[in-house]
Ligand binder design. Sequence first.
Ligand SMILES: [Cu+2]
Length: 345
Amino acid sequence: MRSSGQVGVVEARVFLNAELGVSDYSDLSKGANTMSSSSSSSYCKRRIVGAGAAFGALLVSMAAAADPRPWQLNLDKGVTPISQQIWDLHMAALWVCVVLGILVFGAMFIAIFRFRRSKGAVAATWSHNTLLEVAWTVVPVLILIGLAAPATILTREMYNATGSQMTVKVTAYQWLWRYDYVSYDGKPITRVPTIYSRLAWDSNAARQLDSGISPYSVVDKETGFHDYLLDVTHPLVIPAGVKVRFLITADDVIHGWWVPDFAAKRDAIPGIMNDAWAKVDKPGIYRGQCYVLCGQDHSAMPIVVKVLPKDQFNAWLAEQENAATLDKAARTAQAAPQKPDPAKG
Ligand SMILES: [Cu+2]
């Protein structure tokens, strides 16, 4: 499911290549030269239209990349109770708009066609209808209240991080994420090392100028998912079925932590601590992006959250704590002063 957004990108590339007559992504500059040397205006026009369509397809596929399913037009339902309620509310608003649109445009077109002057229609002389005026004031007010009331309740719930069983501090830097585990099940977590979540190295190598590496060759070896600019070195790991509170801040410029499937989206501002929360029941890999254009490497700070079943998470946490303890013991032993060898003294 996650790889399907990439299908759009690949489709756009294939389309672009077909139009420009190139067979490989790295040959695009060659294709562009061929295009400019053509003297036929229809040939040029066809290529301009083709390039425009390819650019459009690319934009659509980029938009879909955050929410990847082929030909998906609607929002994704997400995986948290909040994101699903947001989806329901969005659908309710959409259907209200659809019904109102049909009624208003229907009435308008009936009036235009049935009561046109060429059919001898004569304008009515009455100018007020109290019942109608009351109805078209009261009905919209009722619709607005019907939409605003659940939206207000949901907004309150979105910001209600109380009762969370786990707290993770998220700090944004130019251009990476730092995750610190603060507490879990009412106990502070002190021994788990900080996670620095950078852009995965293969993506980073491919994006370098003149790297010669095609972004399309950056693929997750296990799943085959095209994860160029979507994967990180160390994902944030959280347990499934646990309400996790994210404390979100930044160290330098303003960033934004956003995982669409969680409906968790908060500004990361230096000196300010915002919070968001998520309770994810379905284990899996969830991806997000920094949503504030923060600098030249903005695209190099994706977000990956790995949700593990609770027992697997507990095992992972114990492993991290053990590794940290062993590491500390090793460093203490190394730093301990050596006894002078009496034979050499
Ligand atoms: Cu950013």
